[in-house]
Design a protein around this ligand. Structure first.
Ligand code: ZN
Length: 351
């Protein structure tokens, strides 16, 4: 079977590395025009200074991503296209990077990812998550040509956002098991190397949870490396399989029933407790680690009604029918959903 892998050319991590952005993009072949995709807050706090200083040799146009809906992505892609940039730079969190990925794919121009938060593993992955009418779509794109993770910038993000990324990494524990299951039962392609790499990023978090919880530059660096490693696993697999399984389906289902109640990493982290229990692995260790990190482990901590957790568990298997997981083709009954949520202490601890 032919399998082709697209990877980024360069990753730069460190304190103040965004100051080198101009030199880096020149090395990558950028010419005079650069399109920066960002959000309104990051624009004021970071992008305007970067445009005046590090990118002063370029003609920079800034495009604001208000949301990550399919319509907004289409609109921004058209605007960026009419500017005819030689390179796109995404500076921000999930939304800006997702929109830049989409625009890059649509107009055929490379993009550089400059994450300002460590909340999820989309920072270097070749997939854009866009919100549609009902659910989130994962659109295949290219990986960024380079990733510039400036720890000084990332350290300014609120702690809650930063730590959520640890939840997204812990999720690989069940994602990889779901992938292997799909291989065994459905004959789906499974890549052991990509799976091991994704799992390694989860182990990294389990091992260094104490350092990460302290929210120091050292902890953030561990997180960034883990998130890039998980993104690389997706590049190698050519799909989101190593990074996203039943725990992600649960999180998407929760977004539907409770209207995006918490952060992605928080929701998938909690989902990993439940799916870990169903898989029969050491879910207590997962729960303990999430707690150590200060991530939610109960419906209440997540800010959702217990009923919503149960409901999401019963519909999760319908979110992506092509993605076979431990939830199977018929999913969980209401009784089973209630039981697993109770047994893992996600619900039933409010009194
Ligand atoms: Zn995720």
């Amino acid at each position: 079977m032919r399998h082709s892998i697209d990877l980024f050319k360069k990753v730069v991590i460190g304190n103040g590395v965004s100051r080198e952005l101009g030199t880096l993009v020149s090395e990558l072949g950028a010419k005079s025009r650069l399109a920066v995709v960002t959000g309104p807050n990051v624009r004021k706090a970071i992008v305007e200074t970067l445009a005046e200083e590090a990118l002063s040799n370029f003609s920079v146009d800034i495009f604001e991503a208000a949301s990550s809906s399919v319509e907004v992505a289409e609109g921004i892609a058209d605007l960026v296209n009419s500017f005819k940039p030689s390179l796109i730079i995404a500076i921000g969190g999930g939304k800006s990077i997702d929109i830049a990925k989409y625009a890059s794919r649509k107009i055929g121009v490379n993009y550089v990812s400059v994450p300002t938060v460590t909340s999820h593993d989309g920072i270097a992955s070749p997939f854009a998550s866009l919100r549609g009418m009902e659910t989130v779509y994962s659109v295949k794109t290219s990986p960024p040509i380079a990733v510039v993770a400036d720890i000084k910038i990332i350290a300014q993000a609120p702690k809650r956002l930063a730590i959520a990324g640890a939840g997204d990494l812990i999720a690989k524990v069940t994602a990889v098991r779901d992938w292997r299951l799909a291989n065994r039962l459905k004959g789906e392609y499974y890549g052991d190397y990509a799976a091991s790499l994704a799992l390694l990023s989860a182990k990294h978090v389990l091992t260094f949870s104490k350092t990460i919880a302290k929210y120091t530059p050292a902890g953030l660096r561990i997180l960034v490396e883990g998130l890039i490693s998980s993104s690389t696993a997706m590049c190698i697999a050519g799909s989101t399989r190593p990074a996203s399984g039943s725990e992600h389906l649960f999180s998407h289902a929760l977004d539907m029933v409770a209207n995006y109640p918490a952060l992605h990493g928080e929701q998938v982290g909690l989902g990993t407790i439940i799916m870990g229990y169903i898989h029969g692995i050491d879910w207590k260790r997962i729960k303990k680690t999430l707690r150590k990190l200060g991530l939610p482990t109960t419906a209440r901590e997540l800010g959702v009604k217990e009923e919503h957790v149960v409901e999401a568990l019963t519909i999760a298997h319908k979110i992506r029918p092509d993605r076979y997981t431990i939830l199977g083709e018929s999913g969980l009954t209401r009784d089973a959903a209630e039981e697993v949520a109770l047994k893992t202490g996600v619900i039933g601890n409010d009194s």
